[in-house]
Write a protein that binds this ligand. Sequence first.
Ligand code: ADP
Ligand code: ZN
Length: 764
Amino acid sequence: MDNPVTSSVGDGPAFVEVALALPVFQTFTYAVGATPVRPLVPGARVVVPFRGRREIGVCLEARDFAPAAVTVKSILDVPDEQPALSPDMVELCRWVADYYAAPIGVVLRCALPALLTGAARPSPAPKTRRMAVLRAGGGVPSLLERDRAFARAVRQRAAYELLESLGGRVAAHVLLEQLRCSPSVLKGLAERGFIDLTDEDVDRDPFASRPRSAPPAHEPTATQRNAIETLRGASPGEVILLHGVTGSGKTLVYLEFLREVVDVRGRGAIVLVPEIALTPQTVDRFRAVFGDKVAVLHSALAEGERYDAWRALRSGAKRIAVGARSAIFAPVADLGAIIVDEEHEGSYKNGESPRYHAREVAVVRARLAGSVAVLGSATPSLETWANATRRKYRYASLPSRVGGGRLPSIEVVDMRRKESAAAPERASHGGVLSERLEEELGATLRRGEQAIVLLNRRGYAAFVQCSACGDVVACPNCAISLTYHQTPERLVCHYCRHQEAPGATCRRCGAATLRRRGMGTQQVERLLAERFPRARIARMDFDTTSGKWAHATILDRVGRGDVDLLLGTQMIAKGLDFPNVTLVGVIDADVGINLPDFRASERCFQLLSQVAGRAGRGPKGGRVIIQTRVPSHHAVRCAVAHDYAGFVKSELEGRSHPAYPPCLRLANVVVSGHAEDATADCANDAADWVRRLVEARQLAGVSVVGPAPCPVERVKNRWRWHVLLKSERPVPLTGLAQYFVRRFRVPAGHGLRVMFDRDPVALL
Ligand code: ADP
Ligand code: ZN
């Protein structure tokens, strides 16, 4: 060593570059000093002095020299025997930080359990909580019986019905809070034998107690075998789009491929699912085949459990990590494969910094770790599709359902005609349920089969409007109308959760002519209960799934046949495999189709295709009825015809002028603040700043659009403006992004903030 300030012992480096687990872009140089005993390689955790405190960081790389003109401090400790992150994980974190222009320390927090970054609170003592559970056999199914049983107990009825719609099992405090009633109501229900009140552990791991039945041992079909062979034959770093229609048996393909990767090659794997709670069936299938080799990473894990799972994966004691988007950072040793199931799902995009897309991170990690990435979907995202057609990704397809099953036939009911022809009293239902759908629902119930009913709008009514002056009741904090909820009765903002009691008169003109317009799931639930009083109905939406495992509880009831009609928002469209579901009804296909967002049509097409795919998965077959006012919209038309290629063709035309992904790369810069003027000014400055930079650096193929107010121009009392950066190639955008987030000065005052979102999934 010829550096005079060298202080290392032995052959180790003199200095190391350290990223602290803090939200700062900068990294820091520390001297190795005399004390460290353990190898200081990239990925090792270190304890360092920083601003008078001991902070935890990760060593990124060795350095022979320290930067001049800074006093370099020494590392205090190297706490672990083995580096916490493997070299490819260090590379991955750096890529995420660079590509998404996020502070490296924030990315490290995704890759390390909170207990290792010093971010974890001390783990609380195990607590129990009181649960209300519908008593088996204590049900009051029909409305008629209910009227009798609860004639003089209105509050008990409300609690009973809320508990029922919440899946039959929920923390007692949830009921009490939502209904604002006293515990005596629940006690009354318990004494009358309708419900049980029990105490259970808060941190009970629900997957530990789920049955782990052996899976049916299916022989792969010839088509499945082809797909499995393609995956087995893939070389390290390769990406394969597995395009299989709903019910084509993609899960079996994943399982057989992983058998080879894990059992034969002895490597590890990551399986990403859109949301653990919504896909318990998929998770169960992996656990059934691989048993103790699987670590299910879910949000209900306590910090200690999360750390245990992390260690077991890092050491190779467990070989497969199954989880939602954050599991892409699981420290699986010798990673052989990454599966991204339902790769088109928007939930793979992280909503806060680092704003990564788990599918894109999967592709990069596969390259860095020498693994094979499999992106599976019936309705691939246009980005993935474009990569497959450009031969960047390989393509494997399962074009038909297993066992000769046919895709369900889809019928369209044009709700425009119905409304104009309907008698006024029928129109008062707002044309919720067409005769056709009602008839098929009745027939399905009579045959003892199950139905799924989709309406992608929660609450009772979409909004409340004065029919005298047209005023719509809006949120005081957001530029959005309030949604009317009936149980409990209030107006709710779905953006900021503001709530208020519904007024009797219009706030603008004072007339007593407030009308509820547009329907939500609560209203459809009531209507279905009226029309089919004997049917057992379960509603699944944001409001009925406040408990962490409420989804799984409801879905288990459907699987056991305890539910005849499953009604819900988009959460009932994903991955469910119930052979006795023979009818799917879509109340309003048009929800969201006209949102001012370039992905609105794609989301609508995917949702309709996915929910239709829940029908007819058993030998009895199935049908789908879609109600719409825009039957000729290409999203509806192509979903009805099971025509993915047709949808892509017309959607790509729409995205070429003006250009949107996948025709180019996008970044959304959102400026928000308390004052409208200051926010607009700051957005203007940001746009000018970027334009000057693009010019100065002569960045070809980059354009700056805006600024303009965001489609939802105020949220939580913050005004919002945005600037769009469009680029033909990804590389210039990376440089631009990093320079912008580090150098652009946000003026002080007015609570101004700038958010940088690369590859946004929505522009609202
Ligand atoms: P996808 O995810 O493609 O919609 P799934 O993986 O859920 O489809 O499979 C649909 C159904 O077909 C499941 O019930 C599964 O058990 C069954 N299945 C899959 N492969 C076969 C096979 N080779 N033979 C018989 N049944 C199969
Ligand atoms: Zn609001």
